[in-house]
Design a protein. Sequence first.
Length: 408
Amino acid sequence: MSLLPVAEAQARLLNSATSIHRFESVALDMAEGRVLARDLPARLTQPPFDASAMDGYALRFDDAATPGSELQVIGESAAGHAFEGTVGNGEAVRIFTGAPVPAGADSVLLQEDAGRLEGGRIRTTYPLRKGQHIRPRGQDFIEGETVLPAGTVMDFSRLTVAAAMNHPALDVYRRPLVAILATGDELVVPGNEPGPSQIIASNTFGIAALARNAGAHVLDLGIVADDRDEIIAAIGRAQVAKADVIVTLGGASVGDHDLVQATMIAAGMQLDFWRIAMRPGKPLMVGSLGDMHVLGLPGNPVSSLVCGLLFLEPLIRKLASLPPVKREGIALAGAPFAANDQRQDYVRATLTKADDGNWLAEPFSKQDSSMMKVFSRADCLVVRPPHAPELEVGSPTQVIFLRPDLLG
């Protein structure tokens, strides 16, 4: 099987995915980052009454159109404590921000534009505009109005308006469930003493974090040995849990000890493709097992994380009805890059800002796919297309930001 170009592999994976439209109801304080499954209408009108936007005096415009007008203060209206009477000719009501405007009043005079006189009277000191400083009933939204349509991603501002519309819970699309399975006789969990031929299993933690950040729930299937029966049993646990995606870590190639692909096929997986024209990450496996997507990531930690970023993150976000994360950008080469071969290369690099505001990308001298320390210090991946010529210092190049906050 020939190596598949990265863009084609990404397109085939995403074209095979359909957004999950099963939904659940979650409490409002648990809805951050979730996607509305239904239009969200207002359950009430906001504001529910004409309200004062400032501290001052509610009065009739005709009584205070010009400075020097004198009025009698007949009461007070505060938030939660409305004035129950009516403002008549030559009268005013002391009013505070958010309080209901009393009947008869049509304007609010700022408190600093009124001079206090004896006997509870005031004199205006500044011209008045009719209707000023009044928030009319329904200015924000009215009962029954659809304020947040289905498909809206709930953030801090949208949660605020949902609460103001009197919704204690929201119907949101269910998060995708991603089951993660690490395989290999050589792996032991962190905190244990590895044997002479063993290493600490690390990939699960990075891939799980990436999956959660992309909008998924994670089911850790643990580490299984290079044993077909154990792998089959782990697949069964993912199926019982109704996982939307099973991610395997390692063993997806076709070496004597790489059992995942053959075992998956024996369990009923339809293999779509494997072996991608990319570095790191060539032995990537993509298929389906019933309704469950299968994504077999390489065992090398950096290869696994790069493939997770390029394939798992967009898959999860499509299943979750979330927009893609913007990671692509342009930087200038801060050092020469050699000509590339037939595989698309993802070069780990640091970023610094030049005096002209452009990013400068400088690659690490060592790019081995087992070097987690280098990857943890990288700010971006410099994308080197197949057969790309040598890149000179100062030349523009495509980069993938590992930390999207750098795009800001």
